[in-house]
Ligand binder design. Sequence first.
Ligand code: SP5
Ligand code: ZN
Length: 341
Amino acid sequence: MKTVYSPLHHRRTATSELDGGVLIEPHERPSRAETILQRVRDQSLGEIVAPVNFDLAPILRVHTLEYVSFLEHCWSEWAAAGKPGEAIPQFWPARGMRQRVPKDIDGRLGYYALGADTSITDGTWEAARASVDVALTAQRLVADGERAAFALCRPPGHHAAADLFGGYCFFNNAAIAAQAFLDQGAKRVAILDVDFHHGNGTQSIFYRRNDVLTISLHGDPDLVFPHFLGFEDEIGEGDGEGSNLNLVYPPGTPFSEWRQGLETACKRIADFRPDALVVPLGVDTFEGDPISFFKLTSEDYLAMGERLGRMGLPTLFTMEGGYDVEAIGVNVANVLTGFDQ
Ligand code: SP5
Ligand code: ZN
């Protein structure tokens, strides 16, 4: 299948991630995308194409205008305020406080953030915009008749909600692409999130709707990020009741357990009869991942891809997490290879 890639991801080069009380080199780093691209090339998985530039309209179908303009201007406001480091949120509108957007940049950062793991830096806006272009270009390939396409998105997107960044995400590439399918005439779209972390942003964007089925398989949020969403009793609300499914797994989960969740998910998707499938693809389920606790092996990703391919649906993959940079290329390419078998 074709891969859509943009070198503009290099504009996202944060140097600090707050983790364990210290600033570390971010897990979400440029070498991730380069390693994947190299493996896709080496394995001759298909043509690598550059993205088309889209305007803000498809982004604004999913994100609020206030949030989008915050992202656009955050870095210049931060720099103009004379702050010495990267823009890291520190203060939140917590329980009992007012949910209003303050003028001060520290206040605005906290208002629009879901965590302090993600800094905003020079170039973040440009890279995040390019990542959406990558997703929408791949979406168009599928809409135009390709059986599947791989959007090599970086930065990732599935933690970003309508007006929240965090978890290394700014724009929800998968949600924007799913909405694009609908806006082009699809009646129903399914999103199957296989990243190790709950796809909280995607879930919340579609939580009250029945035209998008959202399913996420992930580490128990009682134990791991995003901590405050992703539990199995979250099934959707209002019109969306029954259109969200969370499948939660404990530390040490091997593929033999995880794949039962995949079966459950595939059955639900088949019953939903979607016109297209979007797969937020994270390979942080890998046994060697530095921030996760599942035990999938490189070989397991072939079987994962093969099962997704057997759904027989027009499929868009959007790149999400995966932080063992040594293995990320092999693992992602294995999913795509398995799918195409
Ligand atoms: C897209 C995606 O996979 N985002 C994940 C964001 C997770 N950020 C919080 C990471 C906390 C890591 N703590 C690791 C301690 C292990 N030494
Ligand atoms: Zn993840």
